[in-house]
Design a protein around this ligand. Structure first.
Ligand code: DC
Length: 227
């Protein structure tokens, strides 16, 4: 029987989940699944097609038409929406905001969770998101919940954007992050919350290396042979 390992990383926006998850995926040779990118892809699709997410029929048929897959190209992760690489398009501010809005819709969540389980199926995998340890894989082998103060998350996101040459405003980023925290944690379906059995790591004063090492120590303490 083949046994797979599932690692769930949840937490608020910009808490370092994806950077950490990608490094761990690389170190332990796991499949990496960025579930936030999938909600962003749905938002992009609805926005590009001018579909009103309140129109149930239009939304249902849109969800049937959406195909999402990931590919690693030259070491970086790309997301394809109906065979088009949308990795950059999903990161613009209005799609970021809209992704949090569409993530409140039950039908969208059900379809994404179904896709996430399909993509992860049969693989050793690390997933990051908001509901991985609570809903998508409640029986995950390891669950981590990363947090950080709003100020430090805003500053990280600001520096990240700045390094990419994107013009941005720190206080505006802070406002947007606070809005998403609230929207993601107050929604009715699968809200952002720590699973009871998740290990919480406050990354406010940690470097990425320290975050990664902390998580790897927990994993290798029980599965040393995998290293
Ligand atoms: O991780 P991210 O910032 O790229 O996610 C974008 C939005 O998608 C986030 O604000 C909430 C939603 N999301 C979700 O509801 N559930 C997930 N598992 C991942 C993301």
């Amino acid at each position: 029987m083949s046994v797979t390992m599932i690692i769930a990383i949840d937490g608020p926006a910009a808490s370092g989940k994806s950077t950490t998850a990608k490094i761990i995926a690389d170190r332990l040779d796991l499949l990496y699944l960025d579930t936030g990118a999938m909600y962003r892809a749905v938002a992009l699709y609805l926005s590009a097609k001018g579909i009103d997410s309140a129109d149930e029929n239009a939304l249902r048929s849109a969800l049937e038409d959406i195909d999402i897959y990931f590919q690693q190209i030259d070491g970086s992760y790309h997301i394809f929406l109906n065979a088009v690489d949308v990795s950059s398009d999903i990161r613009v501010p209005h799609i970021t905001k809209m992704s949090s809005e569409v993530a409140c819709i039950r039908e969208v969540r059900e379809r994404m969770v179904e896709m996430q389980r399909e993509i992860a199926g049969g693989h050793d995998v690390i997933l990051d998101g908001r509901d991985i340890g609570t809903v998508v894989f409640p029986n995950a082998d390891y669950k981590f919940y990363l947090t950080a103060s709003l100020d430090s998350r805003a500053l990280r996101r600001f520096k990240e954007q700045h390094e990419k040459g994107i013009d941005c405003d720190l206080s505006e980023i802070r406002v947007q992050l606070a809005w998403r925290d609230e929207n993601d944690s107050q929604r009715a379906f699968a809200p952002l919350k720590k699973a009871d059995d998740a290990i919480e790591i406050d990354t406010t004063h940690l470097s990425i290396d320290q975050q990664v090492e902390g998580i790897l120590q927990v994993i290798t303490a029980t599965t040393g042979e995998r290293q």
